[in-house]
Write a protein that binds this ligand. Structure first.
Ligand SMILES: [Zn+2]
Length: 378
C-alpha cells in the first residue's frame, strides 16, 4: 500500500493530498480530504499514476480510515492501490508492494528526504535540491533509476529453498573467532588447566576454513539476519529475484558514499566511512550516490565530478525541490545477501547446521583423541 506514487503528468512522486491539490487546485481539508477531491478523477489517475517500484499503472485512491467513535486518529492514511483490468493485483510479483498487507518494511524502502530530520538526511536533502536546480537530475530520472533497478532484479530469478537453520548457522560462523589459528595435539591436554572449550573452538576454526572464506567480509548482524529470516518465511519455495546482480552497483554506491563522506566536507552522521562496507552506509547518502552513479552511467569519476558540482553549487533557492521520495534501490539488499550466502554455506557444510552441537562434537572428538593418545603412552 504505497502512500506515494509517481505521476507521469506532474513528473513527480506524490501522495494523495498532493495529487489532489495539483489536479483540482483545491486544498484538502479534514472535511473534504484528498481522496474525496479526487473521486471523479478515477480514469485519469488509473492511466497517469505509476507504482514507484515496479512502474505498473492502474492506481486507485484508497481513502484513509479513522478509528471509530469519532476519534480523529488515522488508522490508515490515504494511499494508492494498483489494480489490473480484472480487478486483481497489478503489481509485479517481485514488487515490494505486491503483498497488500501494511508492510512497514516496504515503506522503509522509500526515503522521504523532505521529512527526515537527521543531520545526514538534511545534508542529503540539500544536495538533492541542488542537483535538481543544477539540472543534474530530476524526479523523472529518479523514477527511471527505480525502474532500472527493478528490471535488473526481476530479470534474474531463482527458487528460494534455504532452510531457516542455514541462517542461524551462518550467523554463528560469522560470530566465531576464526582469525586465531591453532593446531591441536593430544599432548597439549596435559596442561594443568587445559581449556577444552577453547581447544574445540580452535579445532572448529581449522575444520571449517572453507566456510569462513565464504563469509569473510560480508556485512551481517542480528537485525539483518532477523530480516533474512522474515524474507525466508515470506518467500520460501517461491520464485524470487536474485539480489546478487545488485552487488556490483551496491559496491560502487558504497565506495562513492565513503569517498564523499571523507572528501565532501558534509556531516553524514556517526558511522565512520571506513566501516561503510561492513556496517552499511547511511541510507539517504547511499540512495543519492546510487542516483548520481546512475545519471553518470556508473562511471565513478564522472559521478565524483557530478558530486563536486553539487557540493560547490550555491544554496538552492527552492528547498521544497528536495521533497523527493527517493527510493533506496538497495532496500533489503543486505538481508537478501545473507539469505543467499546462507544457502551457499549450507550446501558446503557437512553434517547438521547446529553450531553448539558441532562444537560439542568437536570437543568430544578431541577428548577421544587424547584418551587414545594416553593409552598409547602408558
Ligand atoms: Zn509495484
Amino acid at each position: 500500500m504505497p502512500a506515494t506514487a509517481f505521476s507521469v503528468r506532474f513528473a513527480r512522486e506524490l501522495d494523495v493530498d498532493q495529487l489532489a491539490m495539483l489536479m483540482t487546485g483545491l486544498q484538502p481539508t479534514s472535511e473534504r480530504d484528498g481522496a474525496e477531491l479526487l473521486s471523479t478523477f478515477g480514469d485519469s489517475i488509473r492511466s497517469d499514476v505509476q507504482c514507484s517500484s515496479c512502474g505498473k499503472f492502474g492506481a486507485r485512491v484508497v481513502r484513509s480510515s479513522r478509528s471509530p467513535r469519532g476519534s480523529r486518529a488515522v488508522l490508515r492514511q490515504a494511499h494508492f492501490r494498483f489494480v489490473d483490468p480484472n480487478g486483481g493485483n497489478a503489481h509485479h510479483p517481485f514488487c515490494e508492494f505486491y503483498s497488500d498487507d501494511e508492510d512497514r518494511s516496504a515503506q522503509a524502502s522509500l526515503l522521504d528526504f523532505g521529512s527526515e530530520k537527521s543531520t545526514e538526511t538534511r545534508a542529503v536533502r540539500l544536495l538533492v535540491c541542488k542537483g535538481i536546480e543544477q539540472g543534474l537530475f530530476d524526479q523523472r530520472r529518479v523514477r527511471e533509476m527505480r525502474q532500472w533497478f527493478f528490471d535488473l532484479k526481476s530479470a534474474s530469478r531463482f527458487t528460494l529453498t534455504t532452510s531457516p537453520e542455514a541462517i542461524s548457522w551462518t550467523r554463528a560462523l560469522h560470530r566465531h573467532p576464526s582469525y586465531q589459528r591453532w593446531i591441536f595435539h593430544p599432548a597439549q591436554a596435559e596442561m594443568p588447566a587445559f581449556n577444552w572449550k577453547a581447544a574445540a573452538k580452535s579445532q572448529f576454526t581449522e575444520d571449517h576454513q572453507h566456510l569462513f572464506a565464504l563469509i569473510r567480509g560480508v556485512p551481517m548482524d542480528d537485525a539483518v539476519c532477523r530480516q533474512a529470516g522474515g524474507l525466508l518465511r515470506k518467500h520460501y519455495q517461491r520464485e524470487v529475484f536474485d539480489p546478487t546482480v545488485l552487488q556490483r552497483y551496491y559496491d560502487a554506491a558504497v565506495s562513492l558514499a565513503a569517498f564523499v563522506a571523507v572528501n565532501g566536507g558534509i556531516d553524514i552522521g556517526r558511522v565512520r566511512p571506513e566501516s561503510f562496507r561492513l556496517k552499511g552506509a547511511p541510507v539517504a547518502l547511499l540512495a543519492l550516490c546510487a542516483l548520481v552513479l546512475f545519471v553518470s552511467n556508473w562511471d565513478m569519476n564522472a559521478a565524483i565530478a557530478a558530486f563536486a558540482r553539487l557540493l560547490l553549487a550555491p544554496v538552492p533557492s527552492d528547498l521544497t525541490l528536495g521533497n523527493v521520495i527517493g527510493l533506496n534501490p538497495f532496500h533489503e539488499y543486505a538481508a537478501w545477501r545473507v539469505l543467499i550466502l546462507s544457502a551457499q554455506v549450507a550446501a558446503k557444510s557437512p553434517g547438521e547446521l547446529d553450531y553448539d552441537r558441532q562444537l560439542a562434537a568437536t570437543e568430544a572428538a578431541l577428548r577421544e583423541q587424547h584418551r587414545q593418545w594416553k593409552k598409547q603412552q602408558s
